[in-house]
Design a protein around this ligand. Structure first.
Ligand SMILES: NC(=O)c1ccc[n+]([C@@H]2O[C@H](COP(=O)([O-])OP(=O)(O)OC[C@H]3O[C@@H](n4cnc5c(N)ncnc54)[C@H](OP(=O)(O)O)[C@@H]3O)[C@@H](O)[C@H]2O)c1
Length: 348
């Protein structure tokens, strides 16, 4: 595994493992929600670490199978991470998690207020079973809290040694420069953006990636395989057990004629090269990031060890300029049914 500097001196693996979706079990819980296969999840996380992935991404709201947050299921993925890393060398790992989503049904049960962040930072530490978080991210803006209150709270967590670096996920590009400059004023190490990015969804090439380059931030790219669509698994319908079989949003977002045609053409290129579609999608991102001179780490999700092993191989694939031009052409043909829309921050 290759390691890169990420937003400063921190060294992270070329791929990060994300815990939003973990291997599902065939059982459902008392609410009718599919359960997470905890043993399989622990095996996937441990295998990732064994293969040299030192970077793992969670969020306080993640359950492991449910797509959206639900107070009866939050915190679960962090607990599974805690089980998986028990007994391992904590110092060898870079763990990121996030705060903002609803964790309880009371007025301070969500958001980026000092009260909520202080509570949830300690809860995430307890669930993961660690003394500190390497990266703590604002999961989304919270317009009801002045951004300075959140950043000052983050700064206190850093001074207490509970957090090392901080960042933001899915904030308006117009708000990022102020967040970074205020953080610098208060000596807060704000070093990371976490954003959606894949061959079919490339909006951040227009704003966040140029910002990251100028401001020296690392970018954690989420949904790098378009939630599985770029693996080609949906070309002949929705396979049993795949994410789209229990997450309807995938069909409405991606499974239209134009996007499927683009994915089919992309599949043809992978076949020509003798690589898997997932590997080509990840290799495309790594190559594009280096062309754009930005440190981008794809956060991959995996529901099995074989998927993970396949994805890790992508880091060895080299793509030349001609091939990148061909893939750019293919990506322009897709029509993803999703509009980027940001909440704006509030300033004091
Ligand atoms: N900040 C945010 O708001 C935000 C939002 C979303 C995600 N994230 C982060 O980004 C991470 C990744 O998101 P994601 O899971 O949607 O990423 P993704 O890598 O685009 O999709 C992962 C899914 O693709 C399928 N897959 C992966 N490798 C495969 C392979 N080699 N062959 C066949 N199928 C393969 C699996 O789905 P199947 O279930 O079909 O097997 C897997 O769960 C999350 O875990 C989370 O950490 C952050």
């Amino acid at each position: 595994m290759e390691y890169i500097s990420f937003g400063g001196g921190l060294r992270v693996s070329r791929l990060c493992l994300g815990l939003w979706h973990l291997p599902p079990s065939s059982e459902v819980d008392q609410y009718g929600v599919p359960k997470v296969d905890e043993e399989a999840s622990v095996r996937v996380i441990r295998r990732a670490i064994e293969m040299g992935i030192n970077f793992i991404d969670a969020a306080n709201v993640y359950h492991g199978v449910m797509q959206g947050p639900d107070v009866r299921h939050v915190g679960h993925a962090e607990k599974i991470l805690g089980r998986a890393i028990e007994g391992l060398d904590r110092e060898s790992l870079v763990i990121s998690t996030k705060v903002r989503g609803r964790m309880a049904d009371h007025p301070n049960g969500e958001g980026l207020s000092r009260k909520h962040v202080m509570w949830q930072a300690k809860e995430s530490l307890r669930r993961i079973g660690t003394n500190y978080l390497d990266i703590y991210l604002m999961h989304r803006p919270d317009p009801s809290t002045p951004i300075e209150e959140t950043l000052e709270t983050f700064s206190d967590l850093v001074r207490q040694g509970l957090v090392h670096y901080v960042g933001a996920s899915y904030f308006a590009p117009e708000d990022v420069p102020y967040i970074v400059s205020f953080s610098r004023e208060i000596h807060l190490p704000f070093t990371v953006l976490q954003e959606p990015y894949n061959l079919l969804e490339r909006e951040i090439e227009n704003d966040k990636l140029p910002l990251a380059e100028v401001l020296g931030l690392g970018v954690m790219a989420y949904i790098p395989l378009a939630q599985g669509v770029l693996t080609g698994k949906y070309l002949d319908g929705v396979p049993k057990g795949s994410r789209a079989s229990y997450v309807p949003e995938i069909s409405s977002r991606y499974l239209n004629r134009e996007t499927l045609e683009a994915v089919k053409e992309f599949h043809g290129v992978a076949l020509e090269l003798g690589v898997k579609d997932a590997q080509l999608a990840l290799a495309w991102m790594l190559t594009k990031a280096s062309q754009l001179n930005v440190n981008v780490v794809p956060i991959v999700g995996a529901t099995s060890i074989s998927q993970l092993e396949e994805d890790v191989e992508a880091t060895k694939i080299k793509l030349d300029k001609e091939l990148m031009r061909r893939l750019d052409g293919i990506s322009r043909k897709a029509k993803v049914n999703w509009t980027v829309k940001y909440d704006r921050i509030t300033r004091r």
